[in-house]
Every structure is written in C-alpha cells, then in structure tokens.
Design a binder for this molecule. Structure first.
Ligand code: SAH
Ligand code: MG
Length: 800
C-alpha cells in the first residue's frame, strides 16, 4: 500500500495481484482449499485471484494486466497511515541476483539489480525479465531458509492464458505447450512450478520492518541450494567441507561429525517436499536370538538369556506429502541404544538415496529402482512420481558434470570416461616421519586446502580450506584420495597431490568468491590440487578401549598368552596370520624365547610396511645387544591361501583377525590352516560379543558426563568387524573345525576374570592330534602364492 500511494497518475492505488499471491497468507489458504495444486503453482494462485476479482463487486481489474484496485477512493487517513510506514529512503540499492534461464542448455549468470525505493523494488526485475509491468511478475514462495526473502521471480503469460489455468482450460488445450515453458531448475529449487526465465533474488520487507532487506545472491548461493537437496549435501555443508567430506558408511556416536543421520534424513525429506520420515523403534527382548539369526543359520543352541540387556531396532518409512509410502527400511540389526538404532537406520536410508542420486547423474537412460535391497523396499511407481523433477534436473546436467569429468594425467584430449581415482599419488612429503600414523578406525585431524588450478594461465583459485578437520579412517567419511593421502603420512607431515575434477555443481557450491569466474572456465584445462597436513591421530576406538579398560592392555595380554605356549612347547617357528603392523611379532622380540624364526602374513601392504619398519628397528637394536635374534619374514598374502613355505610350523597365531573377514571366509581359513598348514598348535582369538555391554557401560576416560551422550562404541568394537561372536558361536565354529581335522581344542581368553559373560577376547587353542596319516609332500614351486615383502637375516628355511 505504501508503494501504491506514492505513485502518481494512473497507477495510484493499484496493487499487483501477484503481490497478493505472494504475500497474503489468508488468500493463499483459500486458494489451496479451492485447488490443492495451488500449493505448488503460483501461477494457479494468480489465476484464482484474477478470476475471483473479476466476479467481485467493489474492485476493478483490467482485461490485459494483473492490477487490482478498489473502486471506492481511499480515505485520506488510510493513505497517510500507509505512507507513515514508509521509511523514505531514496538511494537506489544495488544487489546481485542470479538469472536462471528456462532453457537448460543456457548457463546461469549473476546479474546486478538496481532497486529503487521510490518506485517499487521490482523495477529492474521487470526490465530484466522483459515483462510488460510489475503486475506481470510472479513471485515464488521463499527458497532456502524460512527466514530469508530469497524468491524466484518470473513473468506471467498473457491474462487470457493465466485466467484459463484455474478453469482447467489450459490443461485441455495445449499441455505440451506449457510443459516446454516450465523452468526446471527454478522449479526444482523452489518446489513450485516456475515458468520461463527466472531471477533468484533476496529482497523484501520483513513483517515488522519498513526497511527493504536485501542480500546478494551469487552462483554459489544457487549451487548450495542445489547441493542442499542432495541426500549428502547437508552433510557436506554441515561439515563445512564440500569438496572433501563424504557421507560416511557407518555411524558411531563417538566419531560422527556434523549433523546427525536422523537430522540429515529429516532435512532431506523437507527439502524434497516429502512428509517427515517416520521412525518406529522396537525393543528386542532377547538380543541374541536376533543376532544369531542374522549372523548364521547354522548356529544352534544359542541361549535366550533373559538377563541380557534390551536391544533396539528401528524401522524407517518415507512418505510423500499425500501419505503415499515411497521407501521402507526394516532390518534385523539391533543396537544397544535407541538413538543408535535410529541413526543407523537413518544412515542406511540416506546412503540408499545417495546411490540413487549418483545413479541419476550417470546413466539416466537406464535408471533402475531395484525393489528390495538390504532391508529397503522401494515403491517405484509413487517414488518416481515424487522424484520426477530430480530426473529432469540430474538427467540433463549429468552430461556436463560427471561423464566428461577429466582425470589428471589425461587432461589434454582424453575425455572418454571418468576414472575413479582412489589412490593419491603424493608429489612430495614434507616433514620427518614421526612414527605416529593414521590407521583403520583412528580419528584423524587434518588441515587442508583445495585449489583449482588453471593450467595454461598458471592461475589458481582457493576453493576450500579447513584448519581443523577431523574424521574417522576407513568409513568413507572423506574423498577416497584424501584418505589415501592421509594414510601415507604420519603426524606433522604435509603432502600435496592433484585430483580429478569433481562435478561442476560442487566446485561452484564451494567457490564462494569466484563462482562467476569459475563458471566460465573450461574444465578440460583445470585440475584440483590438495595440500594436506596431518595434525593429530587418536587410536581406533577398539584400541582406546583395550588400553583404558584393561591392565595390562588386552593386546599385551594376548602376547603373553602366546609366549606361554611358546615356552611350554619349546617352539622354534611361529607364523602370525593377519599380523597387521606386527604388534605381536614386535612384542615377541622383547621376550627371550626359543624362537628361531618368526613369519608374518597379511594382505594389507600398509600394515606390512609398518611391521617391516618396526621389526627392522627392533632387530637391529637387539643384534647390537647380542640378544638372540630369530630370523624374521613378512609375506604379502591372504590367510585363506595355502603357502607351502609355512607348512608344519610349531605355532600359528591368528589374533583378532577372523572377525575382519566374512564368516564363510573365517571358516575357509579354519579349514585351510588345519588341513594344509597343519601347525602343531594354533591360537585363534576374536572379540566376545557378550562382553560388549560391559565395555559399553564403562565410561571412556577423559570424558565428562555432558559428553557421555556423544561417546560410546558402535555396535561392534570396530567398524571393520564383519561379525562378533558370542561364546557359543565361537565354540561351535572351533569345535566343528577341530573334529573335522583331527585337532583337540580348548577355550580360554584374556581380559576379565572369565566368569559371566566370559573373557573380553575369547581364545581357542587347537592342538594337532597324532594320526597315522602320512605327511604330505608339497611341490614347493606350486604352492607359493605369498609374496616375500621383507626378510631379516638369512637363516635357512626349515624343512628345506
Ligand atoms: N593380528 C593383529 C592385527 C589384527 S587387525 C593384531 O592383533 O594386532 C586384522 C588384520 O587382518 C588386518 O591387518 C588385516 O589386514 C588382516 N586381514 C584381513 N583379512 C585378511 C586375509 N584374508 N589375509 C590376511 N590378512 C587379512
Ligand atoms: Mg579386530
């Protein structure tokens, strides 16, 4: 009204109906009652208002524009009152907006708008949209945060066309015609149907304020809104790390950073205009019954123990606004805490959505909606209806953004296929090796910068930087190459590497300052450069617990257990299956034993390399002090393959390894080791699942009560664990093997007293029983799949 009374001439006292459509809540509610589609279609609202006004006495509307005017003249008091609210500022304000062309092939661009207070702020918007006058500018609801005044502005078609919309005439006449006018990008980010070219601008009066509020909208604003609509977008933004952070594949209270999975799922549903997700948590009385059936159908006689703590599982349902079921998640997995169950289930659903969106990006032609995967049920018909817009958006831009993305090294011409780089080739590493390195499951704190480098101009743009960014290794919480880089470094080392270009949308969302420049840059000529420094590493949860809760630490107790058996049987040869970074071999060298040869086998080169380093150090030191030094060898190989060089060793150890492979592989290992390697004694240790509640109840050190909620273990002790067995499950596994291969087996353990609920780490000791069977003579050349990685001393091999 203020604006309208400041006008002189014909337009005095006239109000654009589109302003009523955009701002009048009562009118909007009425429109929605008349036609529910009005919620998603501002043009329909305009049409309903226009047609109603036409029939209303007391107001006049014209046949060729959307002004509305009272037929009675306004009272002087009313005019004065309205003008009083006018702050009277007259300096024009310049503000940036983004022009969103209707044609998908056309680029978005930043535009500068000159807003004049005297007129109405729409002046420049009208001319940029080449509209007849401001009554023809239609305004969307607010985009993004509820408090913002960011809206999309577009031009209404002619009056006849608009008035026909609410009479359903348009729909019957030329559906195809209007379809091609729909601005897909603008419609997608606003959740309303936007027609033709549009302008995204943040300008308006808030309810109480007479001052015009403005804020610049840049390309990066637009791309951040777009990113916020992706299942992992809010995660990246909540971590303030768009180019580096990835939605982790596992949830644990202690290591999760950023918005929680539940909040992420809720906000995803909100921005996708779905109903709030529905969580239903069930208490599971006997957790082990559930676990047993989930782990293995072969397990029999699993005790149903009423004293066991309650466990929870959580189902998630995703509905459309119209309450059509779209996605349902239900899994047998159970968790010790209600919130853990909710977050884990939420994460599963988010991960599924994420893979669905990624798939859209890649091959639109054959998007598949598999109906039932991993506890998820998808209802394709309703689902595709709801996500139709996503198909339009990502289907069309997929070409530019992901298919032709170049990888470093093939920058010049090869645009054939994107190569997924998982490994970071480090150009150079700065700083000495501190010996403290990030490993699987450890929390690592890094600082990094990510810059876009334009090759021929030798220019670089800093896109993202972070002084302190913490994440857990091994759960996919960052870009693959970052993790690869970090695991090649030790604390205080810095390295630099180049990486493939991420999708253009991501670059532009990250680049707050130069998004205009960057939108014009030719991708073929660019690469991304990361500089990463490792600041701090805290050990994996499992290790932290083992040290905090047990004295001596569990790992030490395992070593002592092995040493006892070595001295008992005067063993001279030992092989450690799954030796990792060599903690057992390393500690064995600190004791004087009868051992003459120790061998470690693992499939992790990183682990083996570390083992080699520390063994080398220790052996060199020991040989100086004239200590009895056994020969030592490290092999790169899988413990499910037989290698004749390790046939009939005195002792085989396999400590905390089997739970890192799938159950069938654990059984395969058991069969291979007892039937082919045939050690005299085999020691196998694995976590006792029944002990976990005790670990979970014990407070972590250095944490106060307030933080208690945020700490605590995941379901298993380590994310890499594929299973953790109860005592009876483990004993079943071991007994079967021993009977089959003519071994005896005894059960024991370390950590705790061994009374209910058993030891923290359960151990099986197998002993080969005398048999009439002949020793098998292996063709040594044929059975050597292991690769020698490192060797100390040249003591001759046994049984040569
Ligand atoms: N025994 C060590 C390490 C335990 S962590 C200790 O007690 O500290 C588990 C180890 O098993 C990891 O180093 C992993 O690389 C290794 N591993 C997993 N699957 C394997 C396989 N099939 N063959 C060999 N090693 C394997
Ligand atoms: Mg383990």
């Amino acid at each position: 009204m203020s604006v309208t009374f400041r006008r002189t001439g014909d337009r005095f006292g006239m109000i654009p109906m589109s302003a009523i459509a955009a701002c009048d809540v009562k009118v909007n509610t009425l429109c929605k009652l008349i036609d529910p589609k009005a919620e998603f279609d501002p043009l329909l609202v305009l049409s309903l208002i226009y047609n109603a006004a036409k029939k209303s006495p007391g107001v006049s509307v014209s046949d060729n524009n959307f002004w509305i005017q009272s037929q009675r003249p306004y009272s002087v008091e009313a005019v004065d009152l309205a003008l009083q609210r006018w702050s009277g500022k007259s300096n024009p304000i310049e503000v940036n907006g983004v022009f969103v062309p209707c044609v998908m092939e056309d680029e978005l661009k930043t535009i500068s708008l000159n807003l004049s207070h005297n007129e109405h702020y729409m002046g420049d918007i009208v001319s940029t949209l080449s509209t007849i006058d401001s009554s023809h500018v239609v305004v969307s609801r607010t985009v993004g945060k509820a408090s913002s005044e960011m809206r999309l502005y577009f031009s209404a078609p002619n009056v006849q066309y608009v008035s026909d919309i609410s009479n359903n005439v348009v729909a019957c006449l030329g559906d195809g015609n209007i379809e091609c006018l729909i601005n897909k990008r603008a419609s997608y980010i606003s959740g309303q149907t936007i027609y033709g070219d549009a302008i995204l601008a943040n300008v308006g009066y808030t309810r109480r304020d007479s001052e015009l509020r403005t804020e610049d909208v840049t390309l990066s604003t637009y791309y951040r809104i777009l990113l916020g609509k992706l299942p992992d977008g809010n995660y990246k933004m909540s971590r303030d790390s768009i180019l580096v952070a990835e939605l982790p594949s596992a949830y644990s209270r202690s290591s999760w950073k950023g918005l929680s999975p539940r909040d992420l799922l809720c906000s995803f549903c909100r921005v996708q205009r779905l109903a709030e997700p529905c969580f239903s948590v069930n208490r599971v009385g006997s957790s082990f019954e559930v676990l047993g059936s989930a782990v293995s159908s072969e397990v029999i006689g699993v005790p149903k123990n009423a004293e066991k703590p309650d466990m929870f599982k959580c189902e998630v349902k995703i509905y459309s606004k119209q309450h059509a079921l779209l996605v349902e998640y239900s899994m047998a997995d159970t968790w010790g805490k209600e919130s853990d169950a909710i977050h884990n289930s939420s994460l599963k659903v988010l991960i599924w959505f994420n893979s669905y969106f990624k798939q859209l990006n890649k091959h639109v032609e054959n998007v598949s909606l598999s109906k039932n995967t991993d506890g998820l049920t998808i209802y394709p018909e309703k689902f595709l209806q709801e996500f139709f817009m996503c198909l339009c958006i990502y289907g069309n831009t997929g070409d530019d953004d992901s298919r032709t993305c170049n990888t470093v090294g093939s920058l010049s011409t090869d645009t054939s296929k994107p190569k997924l780089e998982n490994y970071a080739t480090l150009a150079h590493i700065d700083g000495p090796d501190s010996g403290v390195f990030p490993s699987h499951g450890s929390l690592t704190c890094i600082c990094y910068t990510a810059s876009l480098v334009v090759k021929d101009k030798a220019k670089s743009y800093l896109l993202e930087s972070n002084n302190e960014f913490e994440f857990e290794i091994g759960i996919g919480a960052v870009r693959n190459q970052i993790e690869s880089c970090v695991t090649q470094l030790s604390v205080n080392q810095t390295a630099c590497f180049v990486a493939e270009m991420p999708p253009r949308d991501l670059i532009l969302a990250a680049a707050t300052e130069f998004s205009d420049d960057l939108s014009k840059i030719c991708r073929d000529n660019c690469f991304l450069e990361f500089v990463v420094k490792v600041l701090q590493v805290s050990e994996p949860l499992e290790d932290r617990m083992e040290k905090a809760l047990f004295n001596p630490p569990l790992s030490k107790q395992r070593v002592e257990f092995a040493v006892r058996h070595i001295s008992e049987m005067h063993a001279t040869t030992l092989v450690d299956f799954g030796c990792g970074s060599g903690s057992l071999l390393d500690s064995l060298l600190e004791h004087s034993t009868t051992l003459e040869k120790v061998v470690g086998v693992d499939i992790s080169l990183k682990g083996l390399t570390r083992a080699a380093k520390s063994l080398h150090q220790k052996l060199s030191k020991n040989s100086l002090t004239q200590m009895n030094v056994p020969a030592a060898v490290l092999y790169d190989g899988s413990i499910t393959d037989f290698d004749s060089r390790l046939y009939r060793f005195d002792i085989g150890t396999c400590l905390e390894v089997i739970e890192h492979v799938e159950e069938d592989q654990a059984t395969l290992f058991g069969n291979v080791v007892l039937s082919s390697f045939c050690p005299t004694v085999l020691i196998v240790s694995t976590p006792n699942y029944e002990y976990n509640p005790i670990i979970q109840r014990s407070a972590m050190p250095n944490k106060n009560d307030e933080q208690e909620e945020n700490t605590g273990p995941c379901k298993f002790r380590n994310h890499d664990h594929k299973f953790e067995w109860t005592r009876s499950q483990f004993q079943h596994w071991a007994t079967d093997l021993s009977v089959k291969h003519n071994y005896s087996v005894e059960f024991s353990g370390v950590g705790g007293s061994g009374e209910e609920p058993g030891f923290a780490s359960q151990i099986a000791v197998f002993r080969r029983l005398p048999s009439n069977q002949e020793e098998i003579c292996y063709d040594r050349e044929l059975h050597q799949p292991y690769e020698l990685l490192w060797e100390w001393g040249n003591a001759s091999l046994p049984f040569q």
